[in-house]
Design a protein around this ligand. Structure first.
Ligand code: NAP
Length: 496
């Protein structure tokens, strides 16, 4: 369904979004009066201005989360579950607002934003269901002389730091399990896209989240505001999604108080197409894995490895489909690729393409910035890329598909694994045994077989190597917010 969005609709929505910091259940201005200007990446125009938290505001948010922790942990699981379920329902009811807001601040087409609303809301439903399934065990010690009671309890106040590329889902993927487990939290959204988090915060309050349980502090000073929190003993957990570079620094900072961390970091996903693959499915899968979210996804296929006998045909078909993608403001009904999020991101994509071409790569389609306002880049297919080219090592984060030809399965596995990242890999083959061999040999936390998308709230999302530690979603996701408590009990029958 394509609907034309009017400027009035955009303005009304923007005017309805809270502009303050959420601390202890109150919307407040920054203690320093500092603000953040939020821009539309498709025009560069100012959308709105919101409060920017200071270190003192960060401290107040932690004090609020700490004060609310005991009460929230004691709140009956069923009550926590029903609040999360209500939040899921409210987001679903407000899906059009969430989708438009994401498109305005992040740029992706409305269809991508709607898909993210469904995906992001689902984390709250999934974890509302998990809330009542936090269990422990009681057993007899092997020698019969003691009883062993094992329980789970919330880790305590959490700091959640999220990136700009999925403004709703990166928040709910952490907030869902944290609240389900009984943890209070402070959310620090990305400076480029804080509006979705503010609307989410209001929705969580509307769903019944008590004061102080959820605190939201956008800030222009990420390091200065979160640094002291990470070193404060009242904070018990850091969950970060973002670049490997920042993640590494946060792990080092967390060492001081041996803070529990979860890290969802960068990726460099290989997508393998074998000669026995169904090429229609492989092309569809590659389009999804590469161009969903404009290529601005940690799961985006970064290297398309194609077996020689089908390489030419696959490249031709993929390039044809790339050429049919309309680039435009995400609110336009026919836009399939929005702008990149800012000029720096577009410059990086352009630099990677230019340096690959200088090293001998051929441009099959695209290859340039789109002139005019906004940070648009042409959907691009490259071939003949030298193995050591930067574009094969760096996360591209844009609509660029570098195609590399291979001959054997062993070579494909070697190329796929030759990266410091290990988030996800995709493989297209009609040979079941080959699919299973790849599932065992590819060095990633997630593998898609004959599919270009693996994200699912009921599945454990996360990477190995420098793509991070920990898992979000699935049965595993809530464990990141729970501690195991063991109580040793003397034999109740002793002396009877
Ligand atoms: P980023 O620059 O690392 O920023 C991520 C978040 O960290 C933002 O909220 C940012 O705040 C904050 N931050 C930056 N420096 C910080 C510091 N010194 N201390 C505390 N917080 C700090 O990453 P990004 O450019 O927003 O996001 C893209 C990256 O995220 C890509 O590498 C992508 O692969 C990764 N990602 C990973 C996953 C996953 O699940 N594995 C999912 C999505 C994205 P500011 O906005 O104020 O800079």
């Amino acid at each position: 369904m394509s609907v034309t969005i009017s400027q009035d609709q955009e303005r009304r929505l923007l005017d309805s979004v809270p502009t303050g910091l959420l601390i202890a259940g109150q919307w407040r201005p920054s203690s320093t009066g500092e603000t953040i200007d939020v821009h539309d990446p498709s025009t560069g125009d100012l959308l709105t201005t919101i409060a920017s938290a200071s270190p003192a505001d960060g401290e107040a948010a932690l004090a609020a989360a700490h004060a609310a922790q005991e009460g929230w942990a004691k709140t009956a699981p069923r009550t926590r579950a029903e609040i999360l379920r209500k939040a899921f329902e409210l987001i679903t009811a407000r899906a059009d607002d969430f989708a438009l807001l994401m498109t305005l601040e992040m740029g992706k087409p409305l269809a991508d934003s709607r898909a993210e609303v469904a995906y992001g809301a689902e984390f709250l439903r999934w974890f509302s269901e998990q809330t009542n399934r936090i269990t422990g065990r009681y057993s007899v010690a092997p020698d019969g002389a003691a009883r062993l009671l094992v329980t789970k309890r919330p880790v305590g106040p959490c700091l959640l730091i999220t990136p700009w590329n999925f403004p709703l889902a990166m928040g709910t993927r952490k907030i869902g399990p944290a609240l389900a487990a009984g943890c209070t939290l402070i959310l620090k959204p990305a400076t480029l896209t804080p509006l979705t988090s503010l609307l989410l915060a209001r929705t969580l309050i509307d769903a019944g989240v008590p004061d102080g349980v959820v605190n939201v502090i956008p800030t222009r000073h990420a390091g200065a505001v979160t640094g002291p929190l990470i070193k404060d003993s009242r904070l018990r957990k850091l969950s970060f999604t973002g670049s490997t570079e920042v993640g590494r620094r946060l792990i080092a900072d967390s060492a001081e108080q041996v803070l529990r961390v979860s890290m969802e970091l960068g990726g460099n996903a290989p997508l393998l197409v074998f000669e026995d693959a169904d090429l229609d499915k492989a092309v569809d899968g590659a389009l999804l894995a590469k161009l969903r979210n404009g290529g601005e996804a940690c799961t985006a296929a970064n290297r398309l490895l194609v077996q020689r006998p089908v390489a030419e045909e696959f490249t031709r078909r993929l390039a044809d489909r790339f050429g049919q993608y309309t680039v435009g403001r995400g609110t336009l009904p026919d836009a399939k690729i929005g702008p990149l999020v800012d000029e720096d991101t577009r410059d990086k994509v352009d630099r990677l393409v230019t340096s690959a071409v200088e090293a001998g790569a051929k441009v099959v389609t695209g290859g340039e910035k789109v002139p005019g306002a906004g940070y648009f880049y042409q959907p691009t297919v490259l071939t003949d890329i030298p193995e050591d080219a930067e574009i094969l090592r760096e996360e591209i984060f844009g609509p660029v598909a570098p195609i590399v030809v291979f001959d054997t399965e062993d070579e494909a596995v070697r190329l796929a694994n030759s990266t410091e990242y290990g988030l996800v890999a995709y493989a297209f083959t009609s040979d079941l045994n080959r699919g299973l061999r790849l599932a065992e040999r590819l060095d990633t936390g997630m593998i898609g077989i004959n599919t270009g998308i693996v994200s699912n709230p009921a599945a454990p999302f996360g990477g190995v190597k420098q793509s991070g530690v920990g898992r979000e979603g699935g049965l595993e996701g809530i464990e990141e917010y729970l501690e195991t408590r063991y109580v040793g009990i003397a034999d109740p029958f002793a002396g009877q």
